[in-house]
Design a protein around this ligand. Structure first.
Ligand code: RM4
Ligand code: MN
Ligand code: MN
Length: 396
């Protein structure tokens, strides 16, 4: 290491870890159809294998997020098997995502369903999910609800808010002291008139009501197009309510495109708010960085490697902002200097320093190239092609 740039990049990468989603390795599509990839993972074991491979090449993805319905079909009984996969493929279970949207019963909602029996069923699945997390030593139980309505007047919005508050409070009571609940928000889709947890304010109020171990999860695709996401991040940080991220990029809606592919400066600005918070407070922001992408057209593993590489670059660039200079410029209302502090960091090419860091860790300098040379893709394509030709189900 030589320059202060590479020192800063090294320091930033030392702590930065990013979690991959199991569902990102399986076949998915759009509501119009699906293009099956012969190499896609067809079982939970294959998802672990693929995630393990990405971790092997990048060294920064030690955990994989699981969706209970897709990855733990036998509920808590699935945990022994998952532990075996984790040790076999050297990647640990990460956040546990209850699935409260796919069963037929959830047509009119889960926690917000007017039918008490269905709300109870959702609670049972929630309790199981927390128990699964406990057995797998997973810290975070990450909730995304599809609940909402399509037409004005069809749902009692205030009543549903109460049901959500009760449900999340009950869930919170089940947590071990080291576990957390993450509450994700989304303004639309699948419901198009109202979503029960539509924005960060709603997620925040519900998390606060649930208890101290509940925090907000920001999925970068879950905002209206012009929303200032980094401001939300800054507010949540200052209230100690930011629990984690689901990273992806978008042009229009919840497009789940590769992180940083459309607007890398957006991700940079989010990371900058985190670095700046840490610099000012001297505290580590306790945040779970996760990817929520499922590629339909790109090769799934290449897309994940590309994502991780981009995440490292943007995180490292944001660490280059001269916080002291920025704080002074802000205080003196030197607008151009303040703005330049961000722009100069963003314009810096951090790739050589990242390559040096990888080499210092015994990792391949170029994970994509290493993946292409490894023969892994050819092997799984051969092994899975037949299975995939019959497997047209979604996600799982
Ligand atoms: C949602 C949301 C959730 C993810 C599901 C599959 O849009 O982003 O986090 O679990 O999709
Ligand atoms: Mn998400
Ligand atoms: Mn989403």
């Amino acid at each position: 290491m030589g320059s202060s740039t590479s020192d800063k990049v090294f320091a930033a990468l030392e702590t930065f870890r990013i979690e991959l989603p199991s569902w990102g390795f399986a076949n998915t599509g759009t509501r119009f159809g699906k293009f099956i990839q012969p190499a896609a993972a067809t079982t939970t074991e294959e998802k672990f294998s693929d995630a393990g491979q990405v971790h092997l090449l990048t060294g920064v993805c030690p955990t994989v997020a699981l969706h209970v319905l897709w990855d733990c079909p036998a509920g808590v009984q699935s945990t022994d098997e998952i532990k075996r996969f984790a040790s076999r493929y050297a990647v640990a279970p990460g956040s546990i995502n209850p699935n409260l949207f796919q069963d037929q019963e959830y047509k009119y909602g889960s926690f917000g369903n007017p039918d008490e029996a269905i709300r109870q069923r959702a609670m049972l699945h929630t309790k199981d999910s927390i128990e699964i997390a406990r057995r797998l030593n997973s810290r975070d139980i990450s909730f995304w609800f599809a609940d909402g309505s399509n037409y004005p007047g069809t749902a009692n919005i205030r009543q549903r808010k109460e049901w959500f508050t009760d449900g999340l409070k009950m869930a919170h009571q089940q947590l071990s002291p080291d576990q957390r609940i993450l509450v994700e928000y989304k303004p639309f889709e699948p419901a198009f008139y109202h979503t029960d947890i539509a924005d960060w304010g709603m997620a925040w109020l519900l998390s606060r009501a649930a208890g101290p171990q509940a925090k907000v999860l920001v999925d970068t695709g879950h905002h209206y197009a012009a929303q200032n996401i980094e401001q939300i991040v800054a507010w949540l940080l200052s209230e100690n309510m930011l629990g984690g991220f689901h990273f992806n990029d978008r042009r229009y809606a919840d497009d789940d495109l590769t992180m940083g592919s459309i607007d890398p400066y957006q991700v940079f600005r989010i990371f900058h708010e985190i670095h700046f918070f840490e610099w000012e407070t001297g505290q580590r922001a306790d945040i779970a960085y996760m990817v929520d992408q499922s590629h339909n057209l790109k090769g799934k593993m290449e897309a994940m490697i590309q994502t991780v590489t981009m995440a490292q670059q943007l995180f490292a660039k944001a660490a280059l902002v001269d916080s002291k200079k920025l704080a002074t410029a802000q205080k003196n209302c030197n607008l151009v200097d303040a703005e330049s502090a961000l722009q100069d960091a963003f314009a810096t090419d951090v790739r050589p320093a990242i390559q040096e860091w990888r080499e210092s860790k015994g990792l391949p300098k170029d994970p994509m190239e290493a993946f292409r040379q490894s023969g892994y893709l050819e092997r799984i394509t051969k092994e899975r092609a037949v299975k995939n030709s019959h497997n047209v189900s979604s996600y799982a």
